[in-house]
Design a protein around this ligand. Structure first.
Ligand SMILES: Cc1cc2nc3c(=O)[nH]c(=O)nc-3n(C[C@H](O)[C@H](O)[C@H](O)COP(=O)(O)O)c2cc1C
Length: 260
């Protein structure tokens, strides 16, 4: 639902034209929100030259006016940045500052979601990590036994025999972020942006596919994460300061593309 400030509105009609759900009618008195199918995408807020539109129920103080200095990213730099980021599997014990974790979460919060549902929920684990680590390994072992994944089982035995010294599930990260959502697509998109933001902040990140499987195999973990059918673990991200320095990018397989 939107609100239009009649004092500021110039009746240019841009909000009605951009509205994907056709929820703004143009009348003789100017644009009129119909309030039936608004998806709260905010296109009308962003396009209004007079700053006359606000989303009801959202904090308008978050709205940033465009300025090239603050918003422009050089495409070459962006491409290089994305090529240079690496999965981190060695972490320092130094904990990332709270504002950096919050900036990573903010990158998730601003990610697009299907129908603008914004149903993602995040569980950030720091203080519970030692106890959770054992539960995750138990879940991973349960999955590995069920799936006959001998690679993962071997790693579980290595973890147990080393009394937790060799941990190839969490790699000594200081934080885990569980991204909870009804579907995988929204969570994957959010996690990709969060990973990039983590790297921009000087943090290291790692997608933990095995941890997702561990959660699926563990009722205790699902309870801890307060899973519901609408809010299931879709992506698990490890975070922390990296204990590794990269000197270059790496090659990838050639692009597979069909131009038609
Ligand atoms: C969906 C997904 C799940 C992953 N799960 C794991 C994991 O459980 N453990 C791990 O060490 N790496 C995991 N990775 C990291 C990949 O192994 C890594 O991205 C790949 O080797 C390429 O390396 P790079 O990320 O440094 O470019 C995962 C990556 C993705 C995209």
């Amino acid at each position: 639902m939107i609100n239009i400030d009649k004092e500021l509105c110039t009746s240019c009609g841009l909000c009605a034209k951009i509205c994907e759900t056709r929820d703004i009618a143009m009348t003789d008195e100017g644009p009129a929100p119909l309030g039936k199918d608004c998806s709260e995408c905010g296109h009308c807020v962003a396009i209004c030259p007079a700053s006359a539109v606000e989303l009801v129920g959202y904090d308008s103080r978050e709205v940033l006016p465009f300025s090239p200095d603050r918003f422009h990213i050089d495409p070459d730099i962006l491409q290089n940045f994305m090529k240079f980021r690496r999965s981190t599997r060695r972490f320092l014990q130094r904990k990332p500052e709270q504002d950096k974790i919050e900036a990573v979460l903010e990158a998730g919060r601003y990610s697009p979601t299907a129908c603008n549902d914004q149903l993602l929920r995040y569980v950030v684990v720091e203080k519970d990590l030692p106890a959770l680590r054992n539960l995750l390994w138990e879940g991973a072992a349960a999955y590995a036994q069920r799936a006959k994944d001998n690679y993962l089982l071997g790693r579980y035995h290595e973890f147990m025999e080393s009394h937790g010294q060799i941990d190839t599930l969490l790699y000594g990260c200081t934080h885990l972020i569980f991204i909870m959502a009804p579907n995988e697509n929204d969570a994957c998109i959010a996690s990709s942006r969060m990973e990039l933001m983590a790297n921009a902040l000087g943090l290291g990140a790692l997608y933990l596919g095995y941890c997702k499987l561990a959660v699926e195999a563990s009722p205790a973990l699902r309870k801890y994460l307060e899973e519901t059918p609408e809010s299931r673990t879709q992506v698990v991200l490890a975070l922390g300061y990296p204990d590794v320095t990269w000197h270059r990018t790496v090659p990838r397989k050639p692009l597979q593309v069909q131009w038609k």
